[in-house]
Write a protein that binds this ligand. Structure first.
Ligand code: BGC
Length: 740
């Protein structure tokens, strides 16, 4: 009997039965085909891929975005191959497709899962219109290293924030029903530990003790799996001596046995072949054996599964059951996507790209992502009534491509509203605007055009400096060892400062930067990340006070690069520093004439505090937290404690605030962080209004992996803080006590 696509489509049997039927029909070559993701490079895909598609040797294609071509490739797979199994069509749709949302780190700065979910939904709709049914997002690598270029596409340093956003993105891409029009399969990546790359050098080695891996790095992946993420991607990196792509502990023990994941795992681009480059295996054949045994179901663009899997099975080196399980995982995903019933894309069934809704979402995300780091004497917001003239200066003021950030293969620069455009549109009728680019790129070293910038500033009532990094300075393989503003930007700031005019820096960048060398030389700083398509409109509205900044840092900003890794949830150490204990290198003779230099954990030249802490962000409102309390001083294991505080807006404008809850477990089976984020809420507060912000904490929320790497909730004392950053001073206590 030969099963045809028609039979599989009309089959009323369960998905598992249909998978079993198909597996029973498939030859070994066809099974291997499902595990092979192909790409056509720069060549004509129909010409290059047709024969292999007809032979059932390709299960997925990557990087085809022309819908007619995708439909044709799909047609060949479905109608001209023996079993008619449809294709997964993969693409990196990371923070938008044609309409670009802020970079993921910027989205994390919104602390708003709802806007992040909406952004992913818009991205899915636009990508699906091109025939894409699988995105390689969300990227949920925790990182504490802003040198790492991929921090731009990450949710930052905190596993709780990352977990909330991971769920939001999975929900946004996949919707309630993966088979619906306009939803696409998500891929949680990079499993796991990639964000710990030594010295922030991309692809570098990671060494993460299992306890730290479980308590920090695996948490967002667990959340994504619980939210139903369809696929995971194995990381490029070496984890504790076993590169993730060959890491059985990650993909078999944790992912399958402990978490019960039943979707599939794809390698990273050619990462199976790279197992030999790492030195884990001798050659491709060996690498294929290692990766498939460890649990990589599909080979992304490497061609090595295609080259070696069948031989390995035929030689008895690899059990066919490994292959069958992998193919079942892939077919299951195709069934869930509804591809057997509806393999083709009708672009007309989906909204136009860059729709009003898409642009509104991109603008809302950008508005909420911008973090105000400084606002001396209330220089912001600007008022058009008080200004005759402003100077708009800098390489990123009018850069429709750069503001989109990394991973924008498909981003439409025509849709971009730059800051210069946004400002002109908003106040151009009332305020004279002089624009001086001053630097060719953010990296330029020439100071020659600075005279013109200085002259423009001198003639104006305020200078708006658009500084930062162009998009190429962050993202994959774009790490930096020096994370100051590049090129001659610090000098530009110094020169403009000399005019004595108010200087407002708007910084667009793909990472936290070290700003210590400019922070005192400007009156205000808006940190806008790479804000995406609508970044310019959002920035203009924030500058002129139509809305208040409300973003909060998703990653700590160090003073100097030597402080890295620096993050809010560090451990206490046995010698925790305090302000009184810190001695600065310049004060050694005066303060510590003998040998004692404080004897605590700090740097002589940087102290121990960051420049701006995690969770920090200023507002045009004036928020005040008070009266923190708990619903009961004791909570039994299995119970819930509510931690509340009053939040008052003492300012005179309405604004959003992100109220944050942090907890410390004072004594642990393994030492616990000095503070851990356990809840947050974005709330709108009117002038003069007082709101109660409450967080329900189940004792499960306090669980952690102990010495034996199992999850535990320990009775004991806890501190809890509520406030507007990880430095929040307002504290209360409660105890967890043994349950009945
Ligand atoms: C990246 C992945 C990406 C893949 C496909 C790799 O180099 O690490 O994140 O999804 O390429 O473009």
């Amino acid at each position: 009997m030969t099963t045809t696509i028609a039979e599989i489509r009309s089959d009323t049997a369960s998905v598992e039965d249909r998978i079993a039927t198909l597996l029973g029909e498939m030859t070994l070559a066809e099974k291997v085909g499902q595990m092979n993701q192909a790409h056509a490079g720069d060549m004509d895909p129909v010409e290059v891929l047709s024969d292999a598609l007809r032979a059932g040797r390709i299960g997925s294609i990557i990087n085809q975005v022309d819908v007619a071509t995708v439909n044709e490739l799909q047609r060949i797979a479905v109608e001209e191959s023996r079993l008619g199994i449809p294709l997964l069509v993969g693409r990196d749709v990371i923070h938008g497709f044609k309409t670009v949302m802020p970079i993921p780190l910027g989205q994390a700065a919104t602390w708003n899962p709802e806007v992040v979910r909406q952004g992913a939904r818009i991205a899915a709709l636009e990508a699906a219109k091109s025939g894409i049914n699988w995105t390689f997002a969300p990227m949920i690598d925790i990182t504490r290293d802003p040198r790492w270029g991929r921090i731009a596409e990450s949710p930052g340093e905190d596993p709780y924030l990352a977990s909330r956003l991971a769920v939001a993105m999975v929900e946004g891409f996949q919707g309630d029903d993966l088979a619906a029009t306009g939803t696409i399969a998500a891929c949680a990546k990079h499993f796991a530990g990639y964000g710990e790359a030594e010295s922030g050098r991309d692809y570098a080695t990671t060494n993460i003790p299992e306890n730290e891996l479980r308590n920090v790095h695996l948490r967002p992946f667990r959340a994504a799996v619980n939210a139903g993420v369809a696929t995971l991607m194995a990381s490029f990196s070496d984890l504790n001596g076993v590169p993730a792509t060959g890491n059985e502990f990650l993909m078999r023990q944790v992912l399958r046995d402990e978490w019960g994941f039943d979707g599939f795992v794809v390698s990273d681009w050619n990462s199976i072949h790279q197992l030999a480059v790492h030195g884990l295996t001798a050659d491709d054949r060996d690498s294929v054996l290692a990766a498939s045994t460890a649990g990589v179901d599909m080979d992304m663009a490497g061609g090595v599964y295609e080259g070696h899997l069948a031989d390995l099975v035929e030689d008895g080196a690899l059990d066919i059951e490994v292959i069958d399980a992998a193919v079942a995982n892939i077919l299951r995903t195709k069934f869930r996507l509804g591809l057997f019933d509806n393999p083709y894309t009708d672009p007309e069934a989906l909204p136009a790209n860059g729709s009003p809704e898409a642009l509104a979402t991109a603008k809302a995300a950008a508005l909420q992502s911008v973090v105000m780091l400084k606002n001396d004497k209330g220089v912001l917001p600007l008022s058009k009534q008080d200004l005759d003239r402003v100077a708009v200066i800098g390489p990123l003021a009018d850069a429709p491509y750069e503001q989109l950030g990394t991973w924008i293969f498909d981003g439409d620069t025509e849709l971009s509203v730059t800051a210069l455009q946004g400002i002109r549109e908003l106040v151009g009728g009332d305020v004279e605007i002089e624009y001086v680019r001053a630097m060719e790129t953010s990296r330029s070293k020439s100071t020659q055009p600075f005279d013109e910038a200085v002259a423009a500033a001198a003639k104006s009532d305020a200078a708006l400096l658009f500084l930062g990094e162009e998009s190429i300075l962050s993202g994959e393989a774009h790490s930096r060892a020096d994370i100051n503003l590049p090129g001659a930007q610090a000098e530009l700031v110094r020169r403009v400062r000399e005019t004595g005019k108010p200087v407002i820096a708007v910084i667009m960048a793909g990472r936290p930067l070290t700003l210590a060398n400019i922070v005192e030389k400007v009156d205000a700083i808006l940190f806008a990340w790479h804000p995406g398509t609508m970044g310019g409109s959002a920035i203009a509205e924030l500058l002129f006070g139509l809305e208040s900044p409300s973003g909060k840092l998703p990653a700590t900003f160090p003073r100097m690069v030597g402080q890295i890794p620096i993050y809010h949830s560090q451990k206490n150490t046995g010698k925790p520093p305090t302000p009184e204990k810190v001695v600065h290198i310049d004060d050694i003779d005066a303060k510590a004439p003998q040998t004692s230099l404080g004897m605590t954990a700090f740097h002589l030249d940087a102290g121990y505090a960051p420049l701006f802490p995690f969770g920090f962000g200023l507002s045009y409102a004036d928020f005040d937290y008070d009266n923190i309390r708990v619903s009961g001083s004791e909570v039994p294991v299995g119970g819930v404690v509510t931690v509340s505080a009053e939040l008052t807006n003492r300012g005179d404008v309405a604004a959003d605030e992100v109220a944050q809850l942090y907890v410390r477990d004072l004594v642990g089976n393994v030492t616990r962080p000095v503070r851990e984020l356990k809840g947050f809420r974005r709330v709108r507060v009117e002038p003069g209004e007082t709101l109660t912000v409450s967080f329900d904490l189940h004792t499960d929320d306090l669980a952690f992996y102990g010495r034996d790497n199992t999850l535990m909730v320990e009775p004991g004392e806890f501190h809890a803080w509520i406030g507007g950053s990880s430095d929040a001073p307002l504290r209360t206590e409660f105890s967890v006590v043994a349950g009945d």
